[in-house]
Write a protein that binds this ligand. Sequence first.
Ligand code: MG
Length: 402
Amino acid sequence: MTYTMGVIVLLVAAGRGLRAGGDLPKQYQNLLGRPVMAWTLDAVRAALPGCRVQLVIHPDDAELYEQVIASLPHPPNLLPWVAGGASRQASVRAGLAAIGALCKDAKYVLIHDVARPFLTSTLTSRFISNLLNYNAIIPCLTIFDAVKRIDPDGRLLEEIDRAQLRRIQTPQAFAFDLISSAHQQAFAAGHDDFPDDAAVLQWAGHPVHVCEGEADNMKLTTAEDFARAESQLLNQRADIRIGQGFDVHAFGEGDHVWLGGVKIPHGRAMVGHSDADVVLHALTDAILGALGDGDIGQHFPPSDPQWKGARSDIFLKDALLRVVLRQGLVAHLDVTIICEAPKISPHRETIRAQIAQICALPLDRISVKATTTEQLGFTGRKEGIAAMALATIRLPSSPLTA
Ligand code: MG
């Protein structure tokens, strides 16, 4: 997409974020079974397709970070991570320096808190159109509650005119060179504690404009925020769809079969253009079915030599990416393997865990069952293996906005 050319997302993820409770910084804690950072990266991927992403993390979190990235079926276009500093400002400065060194074409930067996983394409497109007119634009919310000052003892003082006040969110979008030099100037002048990047730019003497933010673009701070974010993730995706998939491959010469991404020793192999993994093929078609987006043969024609001998997780991951790009989520996957042999029960949990890993889903959202056909039909005659799958996915019922 051309409108993201020259746009880099800087994700600030170096904070310790322990106010949410638990042992882990909040960006690595789970929302619906997946780390917050994974949701945020999926949101960036959907909102700004093709955009490069610079993460700034705490060096102690390198392993946690690598785990999150490895879990994503399709991570966005990531630049190498950089270590953050002692303050938010120092972390952003490090990220901007890394972008400046690597991306000579950097024109705009969207600086975003990793703890805001509800970034939408509606908000980012509002930015991109405004960036043509302004060098700095940040999202804000109008305040509808009365706002009053209190004293240190909690006694009410005067009313404040809320018409002039706004709640400020991220991402904050800037012309890259302008915000980079403002950060360098602020640091050189000994300032290292600005609350956000708009404040750095204002200090450097440049105007910052606002655009309408989104009420759902919440920042996760406390344990209560996590509970609210989980229901928001589900409520925003209330269009529940179920898709079905079915696949068969015949036995041929060989000593193992692939089922659900697991290599299982067997006296025969499965014949197919790819690795002939009926389980992953049926799951791929089930997800495509739920999306109403064709079938595996349409997206990966058997006539195309590049899929010869391919591992079938690439087909499943492609279907999962289509869910991410629609800003949806996979709620559940259920597969039934139909064969007389090999026996599935010794491998059932391994297959289940492998599917969960490929899909970056919690184990309790994956079901693997097996049955025979009582020696009837082609599976009964041990001519091949069949698999049936159902995928339940949740899609936004309308574009994700406030
Ligand atoms: Mg197949």
